[in-house]
Design a protein around this ligand. Sequence first.
Ligand code: SIN
Length: 204
Amino acid sequence: MSVNTIALNSRMSHFDDHASVWLFGYGSIIFKADFPYLERRPAQITGWTRRFWQGSHDHRGTAQAPGRVVTLVAQADAVCAGMAYLITPEVFAHLDHREKNGYLRVVTPIDFNDGQRAEGLIYIAADDNEAFAGPASEQEIALQIARAVGPSGPNSEYLLKLAQALRELGADDPHVFTIERHLLPLLPPPAQMTHATPSSVHPN
Ligand code: SIN
């Protein structure tokens, strides 16, 4: 499969007759909503687990030194917390471009925190896309993230913002938080200070 998924995604017609569609974000879409939306609600999906297994050559790394970003991996009974956005179908042109490095639109039920459910879309980078980086230990992933920088900024920023957004959602994600723990000591002091707990920050 080609790494650029724009053409494949533009052929997806599932919600063509809908005035609005729910989009579930589980990675940068949680903390970087650079698109218009009608409504935004914390939500979760079942049967998928978040993993830093997708290579990033276009946003958080380069072809020479790819970064790592999240995708979803099927896992029975796993629950993935994130943010759902109600968008109009025109917004998909922007999203397809943003998620073009291997991500395909997939239809999924979305469970909102108030118990309601709706059918919506997620962007998933499956293991057959060319940019798929695959499993590695959390320590190895942290090392790769610490070194990678791309047009959207340092890879470490992606991880730290995601971890912070998950904390704000009250979501536990041991994979993300373990990578964060390995990553923080690898970063220059200002990043460590920003994310240090108040009791570990000395007044001078
Ligand atoms: C998402 O956030 O839902 C997809 C992955 C990403 O763009 O980080």
